[in-house]
Each structure stands twice: as C-alpha cells, then as structure tokens.
Design a protein around this ligand. Sequence first.
Ligand code: ATP
Ligand code: HSE
Length: 314
Amino acid sequence: MSVYTQLSQQDFDQICELYELGKLISFKGVADGIENTTYFFNTDKQGIQSEWVFTLFEYTQPQALPYYLELYDHLYQQGVPVPDPLLTKQNTRLITLHNKPGAVFPKLPGRTPNELTPELCFQCGEQLAKFHLAGESYPQQHDCPKGLVFWQTSVEQFNELSEEDKSLIKDCIQRYQAAINGLPKTSVHGDLFHDNVLVDNSKITAIIDLFNASYDYAVYDLAITLNDWTLNQTHRIIKDRYQAMLDGYQSVRPLSEQEHAALPIMQQTSAMRWWLSRIDTARTFQSQKDQDTTSSKDPNQMKAQLLALLEQLG
Ligand SMILES: Nc1ncnc2c1ncn2[C@@H]1O[C@H](COP(=O)(O)OP(=O)(O)OP(=O)(O)O)[C@@H](O)[C@H]1O
Ligand SMILES: N[C@@H](CCO)C(=O)O
C-alpha cells in the first residue's frame, strides 16, 4: 500500500496549474513503495501528452527535502539516469498539498526488474559507481538519519531485540567503527535495492527513490546494493551476480585495497542497518497509522541476512 493520502481530480488540477503542465488527462495511485504516497498522472499541453509521477512525502523529514531534490538535479545534470524534479512557476521544486510537501518527477520508462541477471548486476554496479563519482561534486552534505547514532540508540531502546540480538548488533557496530577510518565518502544512494531501479529492454533506464541518500562511505553503499542484488532467498552469495556487480562498479570506479578489505563488514553493517530500520518503520506505522501494516518489510529477514553473512564472510 503506498497511497496514504487519497488525492482528487481537484488536487491534480492544482498541481497542473502550479507546474504549468496543461490539462489533466488521468491519474492513478501506485501500489508499490512503502514510505510515500505516489501517483502517476498524464497531462496534455498544446497537444503534447506527458507522463508524470507525483510524490507526497509522508515520513521524510521536510527539512531534508531540498537536499534530496537538489541532489536529483545535480546527478541528472551529470548524466546519472535519475528523474529531474520539476520546477514550479515559482521556481521551487516543492509544493504543499494537504499540509504535506510534494514534488513532481517525469515518469521514466521501464519496470522494476524481475530477474537480476549477471548482466543487469554489472550495469547496476556501473551506474552506482557513476552515481558516486557524480556525487563527489555535490556541495551539500547530509548525514544518514539511519546511521551510527541511530544504531547506537535503537540497539538500547528497541524491546523487540533480545539480549543476544543486542550483542550481535553491538559487535557489528564495533567492527564497523574499526573499519571506517580513512574510507572515502561521497553522496550515496543508500537504498539501491532492485525495486529502486527501472529496466527496459534489459537496460537500466532509471534510478529512483533517493530519499535515503546521504554523505557516506561509497563502499557501504556498494555493500547495501550487493546484499539486495546478489544474495539468494537464504542469503547465500550468488557468485556470478556478485562478481558481475563488482566488475561493473570497478569498470568505472576501482575500489582501493582498504575498500576491498572493508566490504565484508560493510555488508554485515548493511544487514544490521536494515534490520534496525525495518523495526523502526514498523513502530512508526503502528504508532501513526491505523491501517494494514503488512506492507512494512520483515525485520527478521535482515537478522537472518546478518547471520548468514557472518557465516560466509567471517
Ligand atoms: N520517476 C519515476 N518514473 C517511473 N516510475 C516511478 C518513478 N518514481 C516512482 N515510480 C514508481 O513508483 C513506485 C513507488 O515509488 P518509490 O519507490 O519512490 O516509493 P516509496 O514509497 O518511496 O518506496 P520505498 O518503499 O522504496 O521507500 C516505484 O516502485 C516505481 O514503480
Ligand atoms: N529497501 C528498504 C525499504 C526502504 O524504504 C528495505 O528493504 O527495508
């Protein structure tokens, strides 16, 4: 479920007016995604029909939105295939609707990939490395709200965690802290799971959902991506996919020796990070939404991933 706020024809007429998009043809809510309300809508301006995406931000911290939207634009200008958020007549990228911030993006071609072939993993690695290189010149820096401080606090506070879970997490945090000194940082996507990529004709056409982006370690971002794209259902590494993603990444941005050495602990950190943030999301849903929470993802999958990665990577 990803339509938390029901939008009407009047809302879309207002959006068309604010962005000078011409006449509304149709609109429909999008059933993917978790955190935001997403709609597709079509317009006609002087006979030219266009497709758009409207996102109403339900949970993203409003003060961080300019950072994300300008990052989209920065990456787009450098040739990374992200949708460039539209400017309104007033030259802003954000509008307010139902007392919440919202933005319009061009609807890019393609669909979430069904099959993560080694060829697609190679392309994803290439695109991520291009993202990291382009991200180096982005002037704004933003810490990930789901970073070290969040891990340290939530491991103490979440009563969903057993004592054994807590020591597993604390051990992971310690090893992360020992590995990071001197690792290069850049603007990272932070959530390049395969459902944040669109594919058309076996080619990646878009990278979407930059709302977990931050200034962070490039190799940590690669680890997040590897964990989603190159592990099987029981969290075992699928070697040809894993190697293909690393090759694709390094064809654009070779990893340093230190980054290579840090990769296993970064993969474990990624599993730990999503374990904690999935618990956090489930808590937020329970406290703020009187509705079906089945769309929030299972935190225990990430605990299992962490355990499997510890077994495989040491
Ligand atoms: N610019 C775009 N072009 C085409 N489709 C898009 C675009 N942006 C979003 N979508 C579609 O809308 C869906 C939901 O978008 P998005 O992933 O941003 O939502 P979300 O609620 O933030 O998701 P998440 O759970 O990953 O945080 C995507 O899976 C994709 O199908
Ligand atoms: N990709 C994340 C959801 C991000 O909103 C997860 O699998 O938990």
